[in-house]
Design a protein around this ligand. Sequence first.
Ligand code: ZN
Length: 151
Amino acid sequence: MKVAPELRELYQEMIVDHGRRPRNLRRLERATCRAEGFNPLCGDRVTVYLDCNDGVIREATFEGQGCAISMASASMMTEAIKGKKREEVERMFDAFHRLLTEENAEAPAELGKLKVFAGVREFPSRVKCAVLAWHTLKAALAGEREPVSTE
Ligand code: ZN
């Protein structure tokens, strides 16, 4: 569960900043795929909208309601995946998931700012808040129609 103090501080700053002023928080009318996700443990809900073209995510937005961690995660995720290829995003999902759930997992460079979410490891009950947007993203890419749940 060790998280460096400076990373912990940065984590808290980012969560507060993105939780208060989420980026890309809007419906995307031209979305080519979308999915809804729900985290029953905390009550977080998120809908992810993607505009994918030729396997590249041109635009990513979300709508939702939930705790600061879930909103900050969705906000930072939509920023991080914009312009990325589908395969890159799938690799990011795996790396992000490992970072949050495996002790001493290192963040690969491609995660960029998302590495601050290692801070969630100290709060295991919040991991589902942080991964909700990512599970929803995966469902959107897979074209799933049923809402996904973290449970
Ligand atoms: Zn939550």
